[in-house]
Design a protein around this ligand. Structure first.
Ligand SMILES: *[C@@H]1O[C@H](CO)[C@@H](O)[C@H](O)[C@H]1NC(C)=O
Ligand SMILES: *[C@@H]1O[C@H](CO)[C@@H](O)[C@H](O)[C@H]1NC(C)=O
Ligand SMILES: *[C@@H]1O[C@H](CO)[C@@H](O)[C@H](O)[C@H]1NC(C)=O
Ligand SMILES: *[C@@H]1O[C@H](CO)[C@@H](O)[C@H](O)[C@H]1NC(C)=O
Ligand SMILES: *[C@@H]1O[C@H](CO)[C@@H](O)[C@H](O)[C@H]1NC(C)=O
Ligand SMILES: *[C@@H]1O[C@H](CO)[C@@H](O)[C@H](O)[C@H]1NC(C)=O
Ligand SMILES: *[C@@H]1O[C@H](CO)[C@@H](O)[C@H](O)[C@H]1NC(C)=O
Ligand SMILES: *[C@@H]1O[C@H](CO)[C@@H](O)[C@H](O)[C@H]1NC(C)=O
Ligand SMILES: *[C@@H]1O[C@H](CO)[C@@H](O)[C@H](O)[C@H]1NC(C)=O
Ligand SMILES: *[C@@H]1O[C@H](CO)[C@@H](O)[C@H](O)[C@H]1NC(C)=O
Ligand SMILES: *[C@@H]1O[C@H](CO)[C@@H](O)[C@H](O)[C@H]1NC(C)=O
Length: 470
């Protein structure tokens, strides 16, 4: 905690707009470290429930975990102290730790939050709390970046607060390695899908008032996870699955045919590929950017700290070998961990902003085509949310996804097979495009990307995922 006060002291009086990311050279580690720590102190630390997360014993792995079975509850905190969170009035929060499985099939600890509505939405006269399994987008790659440890649960009114206000209980899996003391395999969708599915099993066993039927829903990284949940339900189902919503999904984590981009998300991904397939980080990174990213992790930095470390550098400044996406480890990762092209265990709705500057539109369209080639009569719907960017598309399509979820719980039949549609406004050209409003906490840059809150000198930075096919 001492280091936190020192950081806060040293940046007192600075506003986020005063951080000028253009002012470091890519070989000046001291300068990068300074701006990364300043960014973390101003933008990330105020949004954490506990920093460092190790100070909260809830996230400590129990000694006897190896005897657990997947989905088994390891810890239950029935009623969190909500004054540490920025959740809406009337909502309550629980946290669970439970067993999931990793890429070797080993038992690993996972954590999740459960957001409770004031009163549940009733389906067919039931008093159960209808359950949504939320799959979150990128928060970072350090365990500090657990969504259950973020005051607004990362997505606030973009999704989870809205769902709970409508009467749904939302289980938010942190994904193994975020929260829990394990390596986080960023963008390894099928592993996160294990965590989401077992969060449902664990939550239902600890809270009998949760409905037996459930819908999964995710955005961005979580859109890929929600897709993987649909695929998992075809081969290894758990009961009660009604369908999945993949919003702004990048089915293909990396384009294996082109040189690397400058996105910090791609740099985050290289750590996973190194962990799972032995990609040699020292052989692809320049020394200072690699040290900068390792620093981000060592100080519990998340998306914004990573962004501050890298944002102004181009790929040739970050990497000594910009061809690394064409390397065998990168190809193997995408082959094993991309989604699409497999049957689904239930219906899927894909929501994609047509003006998505973060994940693009090509990946989800290609993934939709690949899934449709094998999904038979399963309902797969692709809705293009016209003119909307990565996060704004969730607001613009809110009426649609709420209706889709309600219909699934009401067992309303869906049209068989694949179809596409455009969701557009009669006011096209004059609708609000950015998230301009402030909520009662500091909005991360990533959240407000492309909004008017982002200083204009940051707009040019490429945060994009690869759009292409592997
Ligand atoms: C650290 O960053 C802050 C904010 O950008 C700046 O005002 C300060 O001069 C920097 N300090 C050093 C030692 O670079
Ligand atoms: C940021 O720093 C760069 C280089 O020092 C300078 O050219 C630019 O004008 C600064 N931008 C702002 C918004 O202060
Ligand atoms: C671990 O130990 C606790 C306390 O004795 C017990 O309640 C729990 O069931 C054990 N868990 C496993 C997975 O064996
Ligand atoms: C909840 O947290 C607040 C703020 O940290 C604290 O003042 C309060 O005493 C806590 N309540 C309980 C019941 O622990
Ligand atoms: C509603 O509940 C009744 C009685 O349990 C059941 O027979 C019926 O299938 C349910 N309808 C739906 C749509 O779930
Ligand atoms: C990784 O790359 C570095 C730099 O090229 C090299 O020195 C090192 O031997 C490599 N490590 C392995 C395990 O191949
Ligand atoms: C990357 O930035 C460096 C330093 O500003 C510059 O010399 C180089 O031309 C840039 N490379 C590309 C591909 O833009
Ligand atoms: C860069 O990586 C590519 C893909 O692994 C490899 O083929 C190439 O030899 C590497 N270049 C150098 C200079 O190491
Ligand atoms: C998907 O399939 C449609 C219809 O065959 C085609 O027009 C479109 O180009 C495909 N999109 C991608 C990205 O492959
Ligand atoms: C798909 O639906 C059609 C029309 O309802 C039906 O004839 C066909 O058997 C179905 N195919 C499969 C694979 O279920
Ligand atoms: C959606 O809009 C695009 C761009 O105007 C158009 O090319 C496409 O045909 C439309 N799709 C549908 C299903 O109407």
């Amino acid at each position: 905690m001492r280091s936190l006060s020192l950081i806060l002291l040293s940046v007192a009086g600075l506003a986020p707009s005063q951080i000028n990311l253009t002012s470091c050279s890519s070989t000046d580690l001291a300068c990068i470290e300074n701006r990364t720590r300043v960014d973390q102190a101003l933008i990330e630390l105020p949004n954490f429930v506990t920093y460092p997360i190790q100070d909260d014993p809830f996230y400590t792995t129990p000694a006897n975990i190896s005897g657990a079975t997947p989905g088994q509850i390891l810890k239950v905190e029935r009623q969190c102290n909500v004054s540490a969170y920025d959740i809406p009035p009337g909502q309550a929060l629980s946290r669970i730790m439970y067993a999931s499985v990793d890429n070797f099939g080993n038992i690993v600890p996972a954590t999740a939050a459960i957001l409770w509505p004031f009163t549940p939405k009733s389906f067919n006269g039931s008093s159960d709390y209808p359950l949504i399994a939320w799959a979150h987008g990128t928060t970072g790659i350090d365990r500090q970046c657990a969504v259950s440890n973020i005051r607004n649960l990362q997505y606030d009114f973009r999704s989870v607060f809205t769902l709970a206000n409508m009467g749904y209980a939302v289980v938010l899996a942190d994904y193994v390695g975020l929260g829990s003391d394990n390596f986080f395999n960023y963008l390894a969708y099928k592993l996160h899908a294990n965590d989401v599915v077992y969060s449902v099993v664990a939550a239902q066993s600890a809270f009998l008032q949760l409905s037996k039927e459930w819908v999964s829903f995710g955005h961005s990284e979580g859109g890929g996870v929600a897709w993987a949940v649909g695929e998992r339900q075809a081969t290894d189902p758990i009961p009660g699955f009604l369908g999945t919503i993949a919003a702004a999904p990048p089915p293909f984590q990396l384009d294996n045919t082109s040189p690397v981009d400058s996105s910090v998300f791609t740099a985050f991904l290289s750590f996973t590929i190194s962990h799972l397939y032995g990609l040699n980080l020292s052989a692809i990174f320049k020394p200072v950017p690699l040290q900068a990213l390792q620093l981000v992790q060592s100080i519990g930095g998340c998306n914004d700290a990573g962004y501050a470390a890298f944002a102004t550098f181009n790929a040739s400044e970050i990497y000594s070998n910009t061809s690394w996406p064409m390397s065998q480890p990168a190809i193997d990762f995408v082959n094993d961990y991309a989604v699409s092209g497999r049957p689904l265990g239930g219906p899927m709705l894909i929501l994609q902003g047509s003006a998505d500057t973060v994940v693009g539109t090509e990946g989800s369209a290609a993934g939709f085509n690949a899934t449709c080639a094998v999904s038979g009569n399963t309902s797969v719907e692709y809705v293009s949310v016209v003119d909307m960017d990565h996060n704004p598309s969730l607001y613009a399509s809110q009426r649609l996804w709420l209706a889709w979820i309600e219909d699934r719980f009401n067992h309303v039949p869906l049209q068989d097979g694949c179809r596409t549609s455009n969701l557009s406004s009669a006011f096209a050209g004059n609708v609000q495009l950015a998230e301009r409003f402030e909520v009662g906490y500091t909005k991360p840059w990533i959240t407000i990307f492309s909004s008017t809150f982002l200083p204009s000198y940051l707009w040019a930075s490429d945060l994009g995922f690869a759009q292409g096919l592997s």
